[in-house]
Design a protein around this ligand. Structure first.
Ligand code: SF4
Length: 348
């Protein structure tokens, strides 16, 4: 049971920990040792931190906990996808999905409990936003699941496509990304192996390009403002022209591309004209396209297009030399929460 005065160390930055130690005349390099135990060796027990003096270990145990998320339920799909339902300390729920690929695993994490964006194809949208996740809650999804794996080394990709709009929780997102991609005392994921997906929070896209080296994915889903505003209310604030402008100016590292996700919905955005418009719109942008046939769920009247329609849409883009992939959903037999969550992740 957490005592009131104890702080979760996952919520503390390196600098904060150095400051806390300095106040007690403990050298800064001890912070590195502590963080290596937490993130590289992944222990929750101060007692095993053998390169720290006993007095420091006792002090840490008095003041800190190393936070874990309560696993409420784990569902495994026939295709091997595993959904973790976590209960947060305040009783709210979030989920993360582990997606097996051929030679590695991808973890899809949440950034908010609920979501304010109201995308019409998404189950999460119905409940609205409950709150932002803390930095520690974001990190703990990765850390807790990695520790449960028989082969933690298989987990190589992290995608922010679970519940929530990551860029709407920007400060905590960036703080968590620093730990996830920290090679010295963090979780050691390469920036090119981490993808943040946005519904189109334009002002924050430039910030993400400046503050991190992770991949950007954009949930596009329409080729004209009228349709996109109907599907995704955020488009009323940041219409396609602004969104695509932000994509054109996104500082892509060499060899990287922006991923555009396009959920194909029957008779809404799946016509040949849509495919041609999409090809034109994305022409100036170094990108790849993920087509995601809509998954029918009870919160939506939308339907999935026929296979021939999906293929025809794909063919138009392929003929225009786009890298385009039809993402067959994983975990269709488990109750994934978000339209994006259901889609398979993209690799680097
Ligand atoms: S699709 Fe993503 S951004 Fe849109 S409502 Fe769902 S969780 Fe929010």
């Amino acid at each position: 049971m957490k005592k009131p005065e104890q702080t979760d160390l996952l919520e503390m930055t390196h600098e904060q920990l150095v400051g806390w130690l300095a106040d007690r005349d403990i050298a800064a390099y001890r912070a590195d040792q502590i963080l290596k135990w937490i993130y590289l060796r992944q222990t929750d027990d101060f007692g095993v931190m053998s390169d720290l003096a006993k007095g420091i270990r006792t002090l840490l145990a008095q003041h800190f906990i190393i936070g874990r998320l309560g696993v409420e339920r784990i569902e495994t799909s026939r295709d091997g996808s595993r959904k973790y339902l976590f209960k947060l300390r305040d009783g709210r729920y979030i989920e993360s999905v582990l997606i097996p690929e051929r030679d590695h695993d991808t973890l899809c994490v949440s950034s908010q409990a609920g979501c304010a964006q109201g995308c019409r194809f998404c189950m999460t949208a119905a409940g609205g936003l409950e709150r932002n996740l803390t930095r520690g809650e974001i990190i703990a999804q990765v850390r807790d699941i990695q520790r449960r794996l028989d082969d933690p080394g298989r987990l190589r990709n992290i995608v922010f496509m679970g519940m929530g709009e990551p860029l709407a929780n920007y400060k905590n997102l960036i703080s968590a990304l620093k730990v996830i991609t920290d090679n010295d005392r963090g979780l050691r994921f390469a920036g090119r192996r981490v993808t943040v997906s946005t519904a189109g929070l334009v002002p924050r896209m430039a910030d993400l390009g400046r503050d991190s080296r992770v991949n950007l994915a954009v949930s596009l889903n329409a080729t004209d403002n009228e349709t996109r505003s109907r599907l995704m209310p955020i488009n009323r604030k940041y219409p396609l022209e602004e969104l695509l402008g932000a994509c054109r100016h996104f500082p892509l590292p060499a060899g990287r591309r922006i991923t555009f996700e396009y959920i194909l919905i029957k008779d809404v955005n799946d016509s040949i004209d849509d495919a041609r418009r999409l090809a034109r719109l994305l022409q100036p942008i170094r990108c790849k396209i993920n087509l995601i046939p809509f998954n029918i769920h009870e919160s939506s009247d939308f339907q999935r297009p026929a296979e021939a329609v999906i293929q025809a849409f794909y063919d138009v883009l392929f003929a225009k030399n786009y890298t385009v992939i039809i993402r067959r959903s994983k975990g269709e037999d488990i109750s994934a929460a978000c339209g994006q969550l259901r889609a398979r992740s993209m690799g680097p």
